[in-house]
Design a protein around this ligand. Structure first.
Ligand SMILES: Cc1cc2nc3c(=O)[nH]c(=O)nc-3n(C[C@H](O)[C@H](O)[C@H](O)COP(=O)(O)OP(=O)(O)OC[C@H]3O[C@@H](n4cnc5c(N)ncnc54)[C@H](O)[C@@H]3O)c2cc1C
Length: 598
């Protein structure tokens, strides 16, 4: 089984030293969220993850969820229900929610750090509470007063859980194709009929009621995505006064057998005239859906990151213990039969790629959550708007890069173990299998890339990028005379300038031919992710030097930043070349040229 120790030192470094959360929260009017409180929350979440969730990770993978076709019931693996009860009793489900609805009102930044700890401990388990967040957000933003009154508190306090029911067999990315229907009833309710697939936590026995947020079309719906409406459909009917009634006509028809996250219930949900209520305006469900998806997208980025962290910890331990061969420059441990493999440059490469992407990714994603807190809590409207633009810009980068890097990181972790990584005993292969879903759900990497280059860049004249680069330039000016940063700031400024120019050139080509944007999109997303990470690595060096961490910690940050600049940032050269090569080489080949029809 893979082991896990919460990386509290690095989390605290990012939260306190890099992001200066205490002064940020004071400025936002949450002075009570001081360093002591944040550390206490992290300590307790770490304990819960290490001692309750992590030990259930392997058994969850081996046993998986069980489906009873006779009843439609789904039973999660042993221990999951008790862990959920403990989580609820600890008040964790509503950590970041509004106290008015039973939440604890903690900033999103702290909530995301807790999510990392939970997901490293047990990603499949973490999916059960996670899905409620999107449902809560949608109801908070678009729900009628009575809906907020009736549904929010049980969801926030973990008495019930939520789902997001979007996907149908013939409709995944393109939700405009969905066929689920909503028929208005005389009593103002709706009868929902259709089949949703791949619904995470669609059915389980952790709580007595499950609240489905369902996308469906009204009879007079315009075609395509403009005709989508959002409905709330409980497993057990709920009246407007909150009375819980009989079982609703919604039932799990099957669960999927998957490559990873076996303990997460991925359900086919059949709605057979199920009673539901409209949320928000008719035909405006897409807006509400984005409210649900935006929080979920950042959270899925954290999922990938959390698995990277756990895989890296195990690879590092193994590389220190595994004795094979001698160092190329002569034996480092002559008293032992061989040196540990960590002395080998190629093993160090694999470890350092993981370390640089994980610690850098942590800064990138937590900084996006800090912007989310500013967007939600700043008293200054202009600052809120600025932060909202930045969050929008950073969301596809965080979601796609952190999840794609989790595949690279778990791959490298397996390589460090050699053949022992491929067998189940060490639990590393489970992390790689679990990581694979993160680039797919909540919008594939391709869709995040189109979102970044299209909606978040071309459509806004690069508003988010301009803000990000302005912040970076302000930082560079402030630290222009810092000798410790001199080696980084020059190359970084050049890269940032290149990022701006590349963006303008790509968007211009896209205006003449939209396929140019599609052809550039994924390379542009990775290019952006690598430059953004470089920015955070320079900030890490500055923050470490200014902190009271031991010299070894500061040196490690500097050395990892050097590795990042020398060996990872140059990946941008290949992405830039691919972007600049344009769409022709992708579009020239006629479809028949791809190969014979299978
Ligand atoms: C384990 C699991 C859990 C899930 N949980 C949920 C859930 O709780 N609720 C829910 O509603 N859904 C859920 N999903 C569904 C998931 O969000 C979808 O699988 C995902 O959105 C992709 O849709 P699809 O599988 O139909 O792929 P498709 O949309 O068919 O896409 C196939 C490929 O084509 C690419 N592609 C498609 N359109 C475009 C385009 N316009 N431009 C460029 N590339 C494109 C995609 O990037 C992808 O690579 C889950 C899926 C899984 C496997």
């Amino acid at each position: 089984m893979s082991s896990y120790k919460a990386p509290l030192d690095d989390l605290r470094f990012v939260i306190h030293d890099v992001l200066q959360a205490e002064s940020l929260f004071t400025r936002l009017g949450n002075a009570e969220v001081n360093r002591e409180l944040m550390d206490a929350v992290l300590d307790e979440a770490a304990r819960f993850s290490e001692t309750v969730l992590a030990p259930l990770n392997q058994i969850g993978d081996q046993v998986g969820c069980k489906f009873d076709p006779a009843t439609g019931d789904v039973t999660p693996p042993p221990g999951f229900k008790q862990a959920f009860q403990q989580f609820v009793e600890g008040g964790w489900t509503g950590l970041t929610n509004d106290p008015e609805h039973g939440g604890q009102g903690m900033p999103a930044l702290i909530g995301s750090a807790v999510t990392e700890l939970v997901d490293s401990g047990n990603l499949a388990w973490g999916n059960f509470p996670m899905l409620s967040h999107g449902a809560v957000k949608a109801l908070e933003t678009y729900g009628e007063d009575w809906q907020k009154e009736v549904f929010l508190k049980p969801l926030v306090t973990g008495q019930w859980t939520g789902t997001m029911c979007l996907t149908e067999p013939h409709c995944g990315t393109d939700l405009g194709l969905l066929k689920t229907r909503a028929e208005p009833q005389a009593d103002g309710k709706y009868a929902i009929t259709g089949t949703k697939i791949f619904i995470t936590a669609g059915e389980h026995d952790l709580v007595p009621n499950i609240i489905h947020l369902v996308l469906a079309k009204l009879p007079d719906a315009p075609p395509g995505a403009k005709g989508i409406s959002l409905f709330v459909v409980p497993k057990f009917k709920v009246d407007r006064d909150g009375t819980v009634g009989e079982r609703n006509a919604v039932r799990c028809g099957a669960i999927e057998h998957k490559m990873g996250i076996h303990a997460s219930a991925t359900c086919v949900m059949n709605f057979d005239g199920a009673e539901g209520y409209l949320v928000g305006q008719p035909h405006k469900g897409l807006q509400a859906m984005f409210v649900m998806m935006n929080t979920a997208r950042l959270a899925v980025g954290i999922q990938g990151h959390a698995l990277s962290e756990r895989a890296y910890q195990n690879a590092l331990r193994y590389a220190r213990e595994r004795l094979q061969s001698r160092s190329l420059s002569g034996a480092k441990f002559p008293d032992k039969p061989a040196d540990p493999i960590i002395v080998q440059p190629d093993v160090r490469r694999m470890l350092l790629v993981q370390k640089a992407l994980i610690e850098g990714g942590r800064m990138l994603s937590l900084s996006a959550y800090a912007q989310l807190d500013i967007a939600n809590r700043s008293p200054d409207a202009a600052e809120r708007e600025r932060a909202e633009t930045l969050v929008g810009f950073l969301t596809p980068i965080c979601k796609a890069c952190l999840t794609e890097w989790s595949i690279e990181n778990t791959y490298n972790a397996i390589q460090c173990f050699g053949g022992h990584g491929y067998i189940a005993e060490h639990g590393i292969e489970q992390l790689a299998r679990d990581a694979r879903i993160t680039t797919l759900y909540e919008g594939t990497t391709g869709i995040q890339s189109l979102d970044l280059i299209g909606r978040k860049t071309a459509a806004t004249q690069g508003a988010g990028l301009k803000l990000f680069l302005a912040d970076m330039e302000a930082f560079a000016k402030e630290h222009a005379n810092d000798p410790a940063l001199a080696e980084f700031l020059g190359p970084l400024r050049a890269k940032c300038e290149e990022w701006g120019q590349l963006t303008i050139a790509t968007v211009m080509r896209g205006m003449a031919n939209p396929e140019e944007l599609g052809a550039a999109s994924t390379d542009y997303l990775f290019y952006s992710g690598y430059v953004a990470l470089a920015c955070w690595w320079v900030r890490a060096v500055a923050a470490a030097n200014a902190s009271d961490h031991p010299q070894a910690f500061k040196d490690a940050k500097r050395d990892t930043a050097r590795f990042y600049f020398a060996r990872i940032l140059p990946r941008t050269l290949a992405h830039k070349a691919a972007i600049e090569s344009g769409a022709d080489s992708l579009m020239a080949l006629p479809e028949a040229g791809f190969g014979p029809q299978g």
